[in-house]
Write a protein that binds this ligand. Structure first.
Ligand code: SAH
Length: 249
């Protein structure tokens, strides 16, 4: 009888351990991070439902979204939302844009594989990674050092040798590598900064949210005969472009 009780006790202990483990496994973030293929499924769903269905057909763009592991660009505690249809906080009161907005802005630039791109507002580095998949080289500027350094490290870890990250004020652009075939701005000034207008190549395209704190339009600019042709394409909401003292431009 005593032997039976001991066996019963050991079996219960084992079952309890199994329960605790599996519960932990499927409760929170641990499950997806253990199941690599689950992220791939989520990525495919995101591309299909949020991007392709809404009209983005360019196969280079769709392939880039299928490849870049968006869950690596969001904070650990939000990994379960990495592929959801929304922007997410990334710290320092900044956000990683909604996947569709990243796709829409990328599409508006009409990129070619040989293009050299300037991005202002590195943030998490996700948009830069998408551009890095499609184009020859990407130069991205972030004003908040902690964000810029984290993005730089992550992009290096993921093997993006064609992306250069700089900490600084993007209002000035990046003269050393100018002119650029395309410029993408992911923070909103009230006017298009003159230095970056000058750093756009003839025939180049720029997408930039322009407006006040709560009302902005996504503007597409094209340089033709050294003139900028402007087209408002979508009402949007981005964080403001600021200078090094935190003042909005
Ligand atoms: N493209 C990013 C999202 C950017 S959020 C991504 O894929 O995650 C906008 C970013 O612009 C913020 O990180 C903010 O710090 C940065 N920013 C604001 N003003 C800036 C400026 N003058 N120069 C460079 N970056 C700036």
């Amino acid at each position: 009888m005593k032997k039976f009780k001991t066996i019963l006790f050991l079996v219960s202990l084992f079952l309890l351990a199994v329960c605790v483990l599996t519960d932990d496994l499927f409760k929170g973030d641990i499950a997806p991070s253990l199941l690599g293929s689950d992220f791939e499924t989520q990525r495919r769903k995101m591309v299909e439902q949020q991007i392709r269905k809404r009209g983005i057909k360019d196969s280079d763009i769709l392939d880039a979204f299928l490849k870049v592991p968006r869950h690596c660009f969001v904070p650990d505690e939000l990994i379960y939302l990495a592929y959801s249809d929304q922007p997410l906080p990334i710290g320092e009161e900044q956000t990683i844009s909604q996947p569709y907005i990243v796709a829409f802005m990328t599409d508006a630039l009409h990129l070619s594989p040989q293009d050299k791109i300037l991005e202002i507002g590195t943030g998490s580095g996700y948009q830069a990674a998408i551009l890095g998949e499609i184009c020859d080289s990407v130069f991205t500027i972030e004003i908040i050092a902690s964000l810029g350094n984290r993005a730089k490290l992550l992009l290096e870890e993921l093997g993006y040798e064609n992306i250069k990250v700089k900490i600084g004020d993007g209002y000035q652009g990046w003269e050393t590598y100018a002119p650029f075939d395309a410029i993408i701005v992911t923070c909103a000034p009230t006017q298009v900064p003159t230095p970056i207008k000058n750093q756009l190549k003839e025939g180049g395209r720029m997408v930039i949210p322009v407006g006040s704190l709560y009302r902005q339009n996504l503007v597409l600019l094209r340089k033709v005969n050294n003139q900028l042709i402007e087209e408002k394409i979508l009402p949007v909401l981005f964080v403001p472009m600021v200078d090094t003292s935190g003042k909005t431009y």
